[in-house]
Design a protein around this ligand. Structure first.
Ligand code: C2O
Ligand code: CU
Ligand code: CU
Length: 477
């Protein structure tokens, strides 16, 4: 039996180093009442048996349920803050007006309830929701405040893709965490502010050393990078190829056969993986080489932990078996989706964003993680950085200093026009809401959602960079 039990957060260890069955977040289907309720709460989670850690979660002690909404519905969300601290719930990737977005301006005070009604008007996609309180985003997400949000629609359901939740359609929230004696610890300090918080242990859906029993047929994986800072380079241990079928914004027009895929914080990817041969395989990641230190990790003097945190690792082991009933067609459709993306000839404006790390800051200016800015300006809740006309198309040229930064823009899905002055990478194809920059990329964006009474954010999705100033805000009217 596949482990679909709700909230099986205290995964039973099968002895030291033993595997834990992959937990499936409970499915919170908003369809019946066109509504769902989340309670933000604190609790304890035993990632290792008998070693409880203090954690945060939605309707549970760590992470949250998978929320499923349907295109065309107006969904009433009820979010209650059961913490002793402020929080917000940001619907990352949902195309909705600014005041519903759950960004830093939609604070939910302790004990308060927030009731936005979310108009779902976008194609099927894998999104996520997470805390976005300015200055506390990284800590709250690290402690557990993240979950998957699925949009579905008739077109997607007509494709015959694997769609049996928890059986052949699996949300996989990938996170790296640091443990000491089996208890979750939160690394801090200047190095963490600069590099982003990382850990030497990879969790999937909150489980260490996870093992997924999957049916021996085509399986759909909805990968969500819910880590604070780590960029994964994912492939299978046996180098099997898979079909990449979806990005942050939804399904691609055509499946792309790949052997490896990059996933930065905030990014999602939907894959179809063929397990009909019945052979076990592991999803693995290569080393994370993203660092602002010259020469990459070579210079990391006090490096043992840092080196571990960046090492190649097994993410998730799969064991195919005869399971459930094949309802999906088992074939990869040739045409997945058709989409009219933004039109480059309609672009009326160009803006430039430079994600800066203030060369001086790191080398000991003592400004406590200072120097993290966009265009030299640290984030200011009271400053609107850019003003965009509703319905217009623009080109934003974004580059990053010293290391790779996942740029995320709220309220839009964009296309990558160019990378480093040339063709975009195969992995850049859209629609996207988060892409990695270092060399300049040109993003083609149409602004269809208003943000007047509350602005949208754009920021680096390395959460420590965001919290320490690498964020700006724009209005759309
Ligand atoms: Cu996923 Cu502004 O965030
Ligand atoms: Cu977002
Ligand atoms: Cu960054």
């Amino acid at each position: 039996m596949f482990a679909t039990t709700a909230c099986s957060r205290s995964t039973p260890g099968l002895g030291g180093g033993g595997a834990n069955p992959l937990p499936m977040p409970p499915l919170l289907d908003a369809r019946p009442g066109r509504s769902f309720a989340l309670r933000v709460q604190s609790g304890t989670t035993s990632f290792y048996p008998g070693r409880p850690s203090d954690t945060l979660g939605y309707n549970g002690s760590y992470l949250g349920p998978t929320i499923r909404v349907r295109r065309g519905d107006d969904v009433a969300a009820v979010v209650t803050n059961g913490l002793n601290a402020d929080t917000t719930v940001h619907w990352h990737g949902l195309l909705i007006p600014g005041e519903l977005d759950g960004g830093p301006h939609q604070i939910i005070a302790p004990g308060a309830t927030w009731r936005p009604t979310l108009p779902i008007r976008q194609p099927a996609a894998t999104l996520l929701y997470h805390s976005h309180v300015h200055g506390l985003t990284a800590e709250q997400v690290y402690s557990g405040l993240a979950g998957a949000l699925l949009v579905t629609d008739d077109e997607e359901q007509g494709l015959g893709l694997p769609s049996e939740y928890g059986v052949d359609d699996l949300p996989l929230l990938i996170q790296d965490r640091q443990f000491e004696n089996g208890r979750l610890v939160m690394p801090g300090g200047m190095m963490v502010a600069m590099q982003g918080r990382r850990g030497d242990t990879i969790l999937v859906n909150g489980a260490v050393n996870p093992l997924a029993a999957v049916p021996n047929r085509l399986v759909r994986l909805r990968l969500v990078n819910a880590s604070n800072a780590r960029i994964y380079e994912l492939s299978f241990s046996d180098r099997r190829s898979f079909h990449w079928i979806g990005t942050e914004g939804g399904l691609l027009e055509h499946a792309v056969a790949l052997e490896a895929i990059t996933l930065a914080p905030g990014q999602r990817a939907e894959l179809l993986v063929d397990f009909t041969d019945g052979r076990s395989a592991s999803l693995v990641t290569a080393a994370d080489t993203n660092s602002s230190m010259m020469g990459g990790m070579g210079m990391m003097g006090r490096g043992a932990r840092r080196t571990d945190a960046a090492a190649p690792a097994t993410v998730l082991r799969f064991e195919p078996r005869p399971l459930g009933q094949a309802r999906a067609s088992g074939v990869v459709p040739t045409l997945l989706a058709s989409r009219t993306g933004p039109d480059a000839s309609k672009a009326v404006r160009r803006r430039r964003l430079s994600l800066n790390m203030g060369m001086g800051g790191m080398m000991g200016s003592g400004s406590g993680g200072g120097g993290l800015t966009i265009n030299g300006k640290p984030f200011d809740m009271n400053r609107i950085d850019e003003t965009v006309k509703l319905g217009s198309t623009e080109i934003w040229e974004v580059s990053g200093e010293m290391m790779r930064h996942p740029i995320h823009i709220h309220g839009v899905h964009f296309d990558v026009l160019t990378r480093g002055g040339g063709q975009p990478d195969v992995l850049d194809q859209g629609p996207r809401d988060t892409v990695v920059v270092k060399e300049p990329v040109e993003l083609l964006i149409r602004f269809d959602q208003p943000a007047k009474s509350a602005p949208f954010m754009y920021h680096c999705h390395i959460l420590e960079h965001e919290d320490n100033g690498m964020m700006g805000q724009f209005s759309v009217a």
